[in-house]
Design a protein around this ligand. Structure first.
Ligand code: PAF
Length: 287
C-alpha cells in the first residue's frame, strides 16, 4: 500500500492510475478505523480497480467546543487494517498541506438540508465536510466515493453539491455496520466507559421499537418519534439532542411515512454525542 502525504504525491498517483485506464474509488475517513470503515473499503474494492483511502482529521468541520484535539489518531494501526482489505493507497496529509496559509475557498451547501439534524447542532460542520470532500475527490480523481449510512445527512449533502457542481463522481451509500449488541460502529464509541457503552445500546433499541411499530402499520410521524423519545428517556445516562423523521433523501417534513424516510437520532451518553438512524419505507442501503 502506498502512503501519500502531500498534494503532489496524490496527484501524481491518481494521474498515473488514470493513464493506465483504471477506475478509482475513494473512501474518505478521519481514521481510528473500525469495521464500518472497512466495509466501505470492501465496497470500493468490489467496484473499482484502485482504492484510495484518506485518513485526515479535518479541522474545518469541527466547532470550537468540539472534539478535534481529542479525536483518536492512530495512523499505524489504521494502515494495518487497510492492508487487510487490501487498499492500494492511503492519503494522510498534514492540515497545513490541505489548508495552507491564505486558504479561503469553501464549499457551502445552502438551504434546508444543512440547517436541520446535525447541521442545526453543529453550525459550519457541513461546510467543512463539503470543502474537504470536494478537495479529496478532486485530488484522487475519484470515479466513485463511498460513505456510510450512519452519516445519512452527510450523504444527502454530498450528493447535493456533487449534483450542483456537476462533479463526475458517483456517491455510494453503504448500510450501517453494527456491533452484535446493535450499537452502530463509530470512532467515537471509544470515548465510552463500560457503563456508558451499555447505556448507548438504548439508541439502536429505541430505533428498533419504532421499526417494529412501523412494520405493524404505524405510519404517523409524531407517534413514531414519540415511541423513540419515550424509549430513550428510560435510560438515565441518555440526553436527547434530536429525534427527527424526514422523507429521504429530500429531508422534508412529512406527517406520515408513505415513502422512504429517515428516522435519525442524536443522543449524548455522558460527554459523548452519538448518532444513529434507520431508513423506513425501503430496504436500507437501497438509496
Ligand atoms: O464521515 C467522516 O468521517 C468525515 O465527515 C469525512 C467524510 C471523512 C470528511 O472529513
Amino acid at each position: 500500500m502506498e502512503i501519500l502525504r502531500t498534494i503532489a504525491d496524490i496527484q501524481a498517483y491518481a494521474k498515473a492510475r488514470k493513464q493506465e485506464g483504471k477506475t478509482i474509488g475513494l473512501v474518505p475517513t478521519m481514521g481510528a478505523l473500525h469495521e464500518g470503515h472497512l466495509t466501505l473499503m470492501r465496497a470500493a474494492r468490489a467496484k473499482c480497480d484502485i482504492v484510495i483511502a484518506s485518513v485526515f482529521v479535518n479541522p474545518v468541520q469541527f466547532g470550537p467546543n468540539e472534539d478535534f484535539d481529542a479525536y483518536p489518531r492512530r495512523f499505524e494501526a489504521d494502515c494495518q487494517k487497510l492492508e487487510t482489505v487490501p487498499v492500494d493507497a492511503v492519503f494522510h496529509p498534514e492540515p497545513s498541506e490541505m489548508y495552507p496559509e491564505g486558504f479561503c475557498t469553501y464549499v457551502n451547501v445552502e438551504g434546508d438540508i444543512t440547517h436541520k439534524l446535525c447541521g442545526a447542532q453543529r453550525p459550519g460542520h457541513f461546510r467543512g465536510v463539503a470543502t474537504v470532500v470536494t478537495k479529496l475527490m478532486n485530488l484522487a480523481r475519484a470515479d466513485e466515493a463511498f460513505f456510510g449510512q450512519k452519516d445519512a445527512q452527510q450523504v444527502v449533502v454530498i450528493r447535493r453539491f456533487v449534483a450542483d457542481l456537476n462533479l463526475n463522481v458517483h456517491i455510494n451509500m453503504v448500510p450501517i455496520v453494527r456491533e452484535e449488541s446493535g450499537l452502530a460502529r463509530s470512532s467515537r464509541n471509544q470515548y465510552l466507559s463500560a457503563e456508558e457503552k451499555d447505556a448507548a445500546l438504548i439508541l439502536s433499541r429505541s430505533l428498533r421499537k419504532a421499526v417494529t411499530a412501523y412494520e405493524s402499520g404505524e405510519t404517523d410521524v409524531a407517534t413514531l418519534k414519540q415511541i423513540v423519545i419515550a424509549s430513550l428517556n428510560t435510560e438515565p445516562l441518555a440526553r436527547i439532542d434530536y429525534v427527527e423523521l424526514y422523507d429521504f433523501p429530500g429531508l422534508n417534513e412529512v406527517p406520515r411515512v408513505t415513502q422512504a424516510s429517515l428516522l435519525a437520532i442524536a443522543v449524548k451518553i455522558g460527554k459523548t454525542r452519538l448518532i444513529d438512524n434507520v431508513i423506513l419505507g425501503k430496504e436500507a442501503g437501497e438509496a
